[in-house]
Design a protein around this ligand. Structure first.
Ligand code: UD1
Length: 363
């Protein structure tokens, strides 16, 4: 079975790593990585290949940034050529970024089967580009690998065949548990962020990058007010995404001195900091889940989440973007600590289950 495994943006790399590793147990599977180049800076892409032990991509499409149409179209044109050349049996896409959407459309139009990992998640908010990417990808995929119960329910409601939907757990948690284990043997001083952490006392860890939060001066201003208030009590570590850095300079956003601005961090340095944070504040999809997997309190600075299990049983509090709600969310998340549970099948074996299903389908 010839499989193309697609990655393009930062949140994809941690998902393809365990899938690639688990493929090596199957002698009849040749799994090749295609990197679309949606993210390309060392700190947004290259670092992850090294740290997550992913081999260099077989195909690097080097598409780069642009408007949604430019980026999506660029990936489609370049990936069509790869599909022609490779004629794979299966294209495996993960998550909900533009690369996921572009490659699944191209594969289907070339008559190639598509499997979507992290299928069925829905925020029901079509102003999010990721929601469009998720819905279109699921509309045309052949196999659905699902992380949480809501995903199964959403796909069934949308008319998908039950035998195509596979609750397998979460490959991102496979990677997280693998990386936590590997870190155990490493001297803390090897992490670039070691000195910061040592000097901080109890601290918060913040990430923000969603256009709906950072592109609007008013919304970003409200979030900044809440963060500055929290920073009066606690150091806040804030690795800044390139989009966010740009918008901070456009808006002239002012943050307290106790908000420590960092460049985008590699996987291990980020994990080294957030795993011991008192609370993580984020608008990321993945961190909502990773914090739940490790039992770290999390405040999600969004109005909705496509990952409801993290709020229902995990450590996540959905706070929205208004400053007073973020502050209330912070207090609520501390109360959740110790009471939360880890969702079923988030046990580090999702990638194994995916390949069992694909092998069982006789591909
Ligand atoms: C993308 C994903 C989002 C994901 C996020 C994680 C889509 C629609 N969005 O958003 O779901 O949560 O990645 O980071 O696919 N840039 C750089 N260097 C890079 C990459 C980007 O400087 O290596 C800058 C560029 O100015 C670019 C901007 O960041 O225009 C945004 O990048 P883009 O990939 O378009 O979207 P993200 O906001 O990163």
């Amino acid at each position: 079975m010839n499989v193309l495994l697609i990655a393009g943006a930062r949140p994809n790399f941690m998902k393809i790593a365990p899938i690639y590793r688990a493929s090596l147990s199957y002698k009849n599977v040749v799994c090749s990585i295609v990197h679309t180049g949606q993210h390309y800076d060392k700190e947004m892409s290259g670092t992850f290949f090294e740290e997550l032990e992913i081999p260099q991509p077989r195909y690097a499409l080097n598409v780069g940034s642009g408007s949604h149409a430019t980026q999506t179209a660029g990936i489609m044109v370049a990936f069509e050529e790869v599909c022609r050349r490779e004629a794979p049996d299966l294209v495996l896409v993960v998550g909900d970024v533009n690369s996921t959407l572009a490659c699944s459309i191209v594969a289907k139009k070339c008559g190639i089967s598509v499997a979507h990992v992290e299928a069925g998640l829905r925020s029901f908010d079509l102003s999010m580009p990721e929601e469009i990417n998720r819905m279109v990808t699921d509309a045309i995929s052949d196999s659905f690998f699902v992380t949480e119960e809501s995903g199964v329910a959403n796909l069934l409601r949308e008319g998908k065949q039950k035998d195509r939907i596979h609750a397998v757990g979460h490959v991102m948690v496979d990677n997280l548990l693998h990386q936590v284990k590997r870190m155990e043997g490493i001297e803390p001083s090897c992490f670039e962020t070691y000195r910061l952490k040592e000097a901080a006392g109890p601290y918060l860890f913040l990430t923000l990058h969603r256009p709906s939060n950072v592109d609007s001066k008013e919304v970003f201003g409200g979030i900044a007010r809440a963060i500055n208030e929290l920073a009066a009590q606690r150091t806040v570590f804030f690795p800044v995404h390139p989009r966010t850095r740009n918008m901070m300079s456009v808006h002239g956003t002012e943050l307290s001195d106790r908000v420590i601005l960092l460049p985008p961090l590699g996987y291990r340095d980020a994990l080294f900091l957030w795993k011991d944070a008192e609370v993580v504040l984020t608008d990321s999809g993945g961190l909502q889940e990773e914090t739940t997997a490790l039992g770290v309190p999390c405040v999600t600075i969004r109005e909705n989440t496509e990952r409801p299990i993290t709020v229902e049983i995990g450590t996540n509090v959905l706070a929205g973007t208004a400053p007073e709600r973020i502050l209330a969310g912070y207090r609520q998340s501390l109360e959740k600590r110790g009471r939360a549970r880890v969702p079923q099948l988030w046990d580090g074996r999702a990638a194994e289950r995916i390949w069992q299903v694909l092998a069982g389908e006789g591909r």
